[in-house]
Design a protein around this ligand. Structure first.
Ligand code: ZN
Length: 593
């Protein structure tokens, strides 16, 4: 970035170039390592400084050159991390007129001749300084032959020569060179550190600035101190009195945060008119549509982090309340908005009229706000189920593992079982009832009985006695016999289930050993002897068939509700991809409709 301000009166990037390592912003790790190396006298012959542009590579290189050659105010100092700034070497290097410190920009000197020139110079002792120092900027731009020439020098460097390389693209520097260098990675400066730096400069320069304005500059600079200072220069030149967030937003072509918050908050509240008005205002202020959407994405991201339990520390005070309010929408809604915005961002970028695309996006976002999330749909559906909201309502709130309740018939029987470890009498839970339940109105969750879900965590004290084929399959699962569980679910048609006795028929393709396996394992797991007999009758549905039927029923029920009808009508081409009962999230979704 240019260091000359159009007005020429203030070039902050140059004026505030760090004079000592302690003034390097955001590079504490580098300073510590260098300090240690210096104090231990373990300085390499060559250093490579890498990092994105503007993070301070050149500044660091010059500081290092000064530190290495500083002789202190009294002329007797050693190499130091705190160059005195007053001795002759310090002043000469700062003014770029020291004969022993050569700065080379490899971007403009890539040939082998320059490298040869360097090597010829390396042979001579430093004229006056402790070290002869070569600072090679953008070293990755050197030609291969130049690298080779340089490599020879690096292999046997004279004692009083140091190389300091700087590069934005460390991967393009040959490993043979890198392996002979001490490497320092300069980090992007965090926005907070940049804000603090900018704030203190504004104070010293008597530039009045809103905190929001400074933060906006710091964020826009994306970790580059130089960019941040250049932007501050620009902003200060534009503004007569004080820097405002709006002024910065206009300068950057970015939306003011207030505009972005207004757009997003309105849209996510379903108020497309207000959202569009805020969008129009942002665009009228000079914000690019693409930048606006990017900013909305940033807000949704921050709100999601908050909703996921994060803090709002990094935000400006003015942003905290609105972002917290957005976070209240919950992760499901925020995630949905994120996806829409992300897709919309690409559309806005590609659209012939980005402004129109951004408007469409805000309208869609607002429209989406009135749509319930899938979780809300299921809850709503469960509430309106004829079997009574008191049962289905709380059930939908519960985590999946707990929501395994069955039909009205089965539930009362199940409740006492989960309370008492002892098996109830066979009559209390005739398998027929369960089967009838399986066919009955099952709105959300296919029938599955709870007992073992409650008893399972402590099988030693309360041996579960399965009451149904579901129980048996679940028991097998809880005992980690997933194969048997799966075979039971797919192949076993229950005829009669009572403690100690399981009468079943099998579907085609069931393994012959299945009844024996079930009997053996059941006896082992329950601690009671179980008999498994094959019945002549057809038996009921298998668990898998029941689930499929329940899914189909749920699917049909869902598709018939006004809610889903309106969703399908609103999004032409949308279809019900799958309906997943809350209890079995892993099962293959049924692709129909
Ligand atoms: Zn000095």
């Amino acid at each position: 970035m240019s260091e000359t301000n159009p007005n020429g009166y203030r070039v902050l990037a140059r004026k505030y170039r760090p004079e000592r390592f302690s003034e390097l912003i955001g590079q504490e790790a580098l300073v510590r390592t260098l300090g240690n190396a210096l104090s231990l006298g373990r300085l390499a012959h060559a250093f490579v400084l890498t990092g994105v542009r503007g993070v301070g590579k050149t500044s660091t290189a010059r500081l290092l050159a000064r530190g290495l050659n500083c002789i202190g105010a009294d002329g007797n100092g050693e190499a130091t991390l705190e160059p005195c700034g007053v001795c002759e070497p310090c002043r000469a290097i700062a003014a770029a007129r020291h004969v022993d410190v050569l700065e080379i920009d490899a971007a403009s000197h890539t040939g082998v001749d320059d490298a040869r020139e360097i090597i010829e110079g390396v042979g001579y002792r430093p004229v006056s300084a402790r070290f002869k120092i070569y600072i090679i900027d953008e070293v990755h731009m050197m030609s291969k032959s130049a690298f080779n020439a340089l490599l020879k020098t690096l292999e046997e460097p004279p004692d009083n020569v140091k190389f300091i390389f700087a590069t934005t693209e460390i991967r393009k520097v040959p490993v043979t060179i890198l392996s002979r260098c001490q490497r320092f990675d300069l980090r992007r400066v965090p926005a907070e550190a940049l804000s603090g730096h900018l704030g203190s400069i504004c104070e010293r320069e008597s530039i009045a600035a809103e905190a929001e304005a400074i933060t906006a500059i710091a964020r826009a600079a994306e970790g580059s101190v130089r960019d941040a200072l250049s932007l501050l220069d620009q902003a200060a030149a534009m503004t007569a009195d004080s820097l405002t967030a709006d002024g910065i937003a206009e300068m950057l072509g970015r939306p003011g945060r207030r505009d972005s918050i207004a757009i997003l908050t309105s849209a996510m509240a379903g108020d497309s008119a207000a959202g569009l008005a805020a969008l129009a205002s942002a665009m009228a202020n000079g914000a690019e549509p693409e930048m606006i959407i990017a900013d909305l994405l940033d807000l949704v991201h921050r709100a999601s982090l908050k909703a996921a339990g994060g803090t709002l520390e990094e935000l400006l005070d003015a942003e905290k309340a609105p972002v917290a309010a957005l976070a209240e929408q919950g992760i499901a809604r925020l995630g949905r908005a994120w996806q829409m915005l992300l897709k919309g961002h690409a559309e806005v970028t590609a659209a012939p009229h980005p402004g129109a695309a951004a408007e469409m996006l805000v309208i869609r976002l607002a429209h989406l706000a009135s749509m319930p999330t899938p979780g809300e749909i299921v809850r709503k559906l469960a509430d309106s189920a004829p079997d009574g909201p008191q049962q289905a309502g709380p059930q939908a709130e519960r985590p999946a593992a707990m929501s395994e309740t069955a039909t009205p018939e089965a539930s009362p029987a199940a409740a006492p079982v989960s309370d008492a470890p002892e098996p109830p009498s066979p009559e209390s839970q005739p398998p027929q009832t369960m089967m009838a339940g399986g066919q009955a109105e099952v709105a959300v969750t296919p029938p599955q009985i709870m007992p073992e879900a409650g008893a399972e965590p402590d099988p030693q004290t309360s041996r579960p006695q399965p009451q149904s084929i579901h129980d048996i399959a679940a028991l097998a699962e809880s005992q980690n016999d997933l194969l048997l569980a799966s075979l039971i679910r797919s192949h076993v048609r229950p005829v009669r289930v009572q403690p100690g006795l399981l009468e079943i028929s099998l579907t085609d393709g069931a393994p012959e050993t299945l009844p024996g396996d079930i009997a053996r394992q059941l006896s082992r797991w329950t601690g009671t002897r179980w008999m498994v007999s094959l019945a002549d009758g057809a038996g009921g549905q298998t668990v898998a068939e029941e689930r499929q039927a329940a899914r189909q029923q749920l699917h049909d029920a869902l598709a018939g509700t006004p809610l889903v009808k309106s969703i399908l009508a609103t999004f032409p081409g949308a279809e019900i991809d799958s309906v997943k009962p809350a209890e079995q999230p892993d099962e293959d979704p049924s692709h129909d409709a």
